[in-house]
Design a protein around this ligand. Structure first.
Ligand code: NDP
Length: 490
């Protein structure tokens, strides 16, 4: 029987970049079987050896950076410079995960409290086994590696299903891993369409699924995982807000806003989509924004829309926004597939698709607000809750706004800066998903906590977990608990 294949295309030229097998559910199950064996080996070699191998993998990735960046450029259309940047970020995360896994996950003693005085207690975080990673096409290295690096560092084997738009990169990432770890298939890639990802999620030997993509598909993946009670981490995009307060540096804010919104053609889950500017600086900020946006060019500063079907969604949002709001830059004519020129629209009603739905294009809506609190209220009035930005020179106030923003991450006086800090967890709330990648939380996400309590000596007169317990022991317990917990503070 011949295996069917599919092609990945360069979205800018339509040329075929590569041809890959559509792996059937059977093929996926075989891969997972091999991963199970590899997981046992990888767990057994221990944290020190894993660290050494992962740092080796990091070196291999770094040595292949230019070739990888070119492949990312070909499969996504993004400029080679942007592709390089995402790979460098992924390398930084891999380094952090490799170096910190043991410290974060290793066995430690925990306090047992007064009632457990006769016990010793330890907590450690053990690998799950096989982790399935289902990845997107917008950052085909940085995003899946945010799960893969942390899952591997935590001692798991990984089976990765890249997006059908970027299979070549997924295959290459696993090939390069095998240069650092040739003994066992600890990191494997399966290629195919949605069906291949569905087979991975449905395999009961996969102990956790890390998914990045749309909210709708996350629900389907979760439904498949529900059959086996397989937990998932879901990163499902957002509708991130950018707040400009009265004392912001407006030039820097405008610059950051444009890059956050337009770079990667706006195909960024934590990209800027809604801008709220306080009344006092509205006109000045808009002048800064309008001056700068004339210099941002589709096809030069950012690439084409990677997923052809996405162009229709972007067009629908722009058409609707142009009808109900006031176009500052771009408008319906900005859509000239596969490119979309920068679009800025003011005064778009808050209930319109351009403000409510993820656009994944180089577009923003801008709205004047009375003050920063109204801006925050509007920023938080979304079903999503992934990232966000606050620009203000007043650090205390900016921190206060950032903390009150209903999102997993907020950047102050910069955009998306949290994604480059490996120690910070990445993930959202609401329709943006749940669970965390990156940082110590990202390592623990791919483990199971193991708790052990050991009795060191029998507590005289306090044998509570026995049928021989008498009323005197209970009385002593009540006296102890009253002493420890029975006093009110006010
Ligand atoms: P999807 O959510 O459909 O796909 C994401 C990943 O899931 C891909 O690898 C896809 O494979 C896979 N997949 C699809 N169906 C299933 C299934 N039933 N079971 C398991 N895996 C499956 O996103 P799209 O790529 O279609 O993009 C649609 C929209 O999603 C975008 O326009 C954007 O709004 C949002 N998105 C958000 C991202 C983010 O960073 N949060 C990233 C990408 C998209 P395949 O590609 O083969 O279909």
């Amino acid at each position: 029987m011949t295996t069917l294949t599919f092609d990945s295309l360069n979205p800018a030229t339509g040329e075929i970049v590569g041809s890959h097998p559509k792996q059937t559910p059977d093929a996926v199950h075989q891969v997972v079987g091999r991963a199970e064996e590899a997981a046992a080996w990888w767990a057994a070699i221990g944290p020190g050896e894993r660290k050494r191998r992962l740092l080796d993998y990091k070196a291999v990735l770094t040595q292949n950076l230019k070739d990888l960046a070119r492949l990312v450029h070909e499969e996504t259309g993004k400029p080679v410079g942007d592709a390089t940047l995402e790979i460098v970020l992924a390398i930084t995360h891999l380094d952090w995960a490799a170096r910190n896994a043991d410290k974060v996950l290793r066995r430690r003693r925990v306090n047992t409290g007064m009632i457990g005085l006769n016990l010793a207690a330890t907590l450690e975080y053990l690998p799950l086994g096989v982790v399935g990673v289902i990845g997107p096409w917008n950052y085909p290295v940085f995003t899946p590696m945010g799960s893969i690096s942390y899952a591997l560092a935590a001692g798991n084997a990984v089976v990765f299903k890249p997006s059908e738009l970027t299979p070549g990169i997924g295959v290459r990432l696993a090939e390069l891993f095998a240069e650092a770890v040739p003994e066992q298939p600890v990191f494997q890639t399966v290629t195919g369409l949605g069906e291949t990802g569905a087979a991975l999620a449905a395999d009961p030997r996969v102990k956790k699924v890390a998914f990045t993509g749309s909210t709708a598909t996350a629900k389907r993946v979760m439904a498949a995982c529900a059959e086996n009670l397989t937990p998932i981490v879901a990163e499902c995009g957002g509708k991130d807000a950018f707040i400009v307060d009265a004392d912001a540096d407006l030039g820097k804010a405008a610059d950051a806003c444009l890059w956050g919104a337009m770079s990667n053609a706006g195909q960024t889950c934590v990209g800027v989509e809604r801008v709220y500017v306080v009344d006092a600086v509205y006109e000045s900020f808009m002048r800064e924004l309008s001056d700068r946006v004339t210099k941002v060019k589709a096809g030069e500063d950012y690439g084409p829309i990677t997923m052809p079907a996405q162009v229709d969604i972007i067009k629908r949002h722009i058409d609707d926004a142009a009808k109900s709001g006031k176009v500052v830059t771009g408008g319906p004519s900005a859509v000239r597939a596969p490119y979309v020129d920068p679009v800025i629209v003011e005064d778009v009603p808050e209930d319109s698709p351009a403000v409510r739905e993820e656009t994944f294009g180089p577009t923003i809506t801008v709205r004047r607000t009375r003050d920063a609190h109204e801006a925050l209220e509007l920023a938080n009035a979304t079903a999503y809750g992934l990232g966000g930005t606050v620009f203000s020179r007043n650090t205390r106030r900016a921190m206060e706004l950032a903390r009150m923003m209903r999102s997993g991450m907020t950047a102050i006086n910069s955009v998306i800066s949290f994604a480059g800090v490996p120690a910070l967890p990445f993930g959202g709330v609401g329709d943006s998903g749940f669970g965390r990648i990156h940082g110590a939380d990202g390592l623990r996400e791919f483990t199971r906590p193991k708790a052990i309590s050991r009795q060191r000596f029998a507590m005289p007169g306090m044998n509570l977990t026995s049928f021989n317990r008498g009323p005197a022991e209970l009385e002593r317990l009540i006296r102890l608990v009253t002493f420890l917990h029975g006093r009110r503070k006010r």
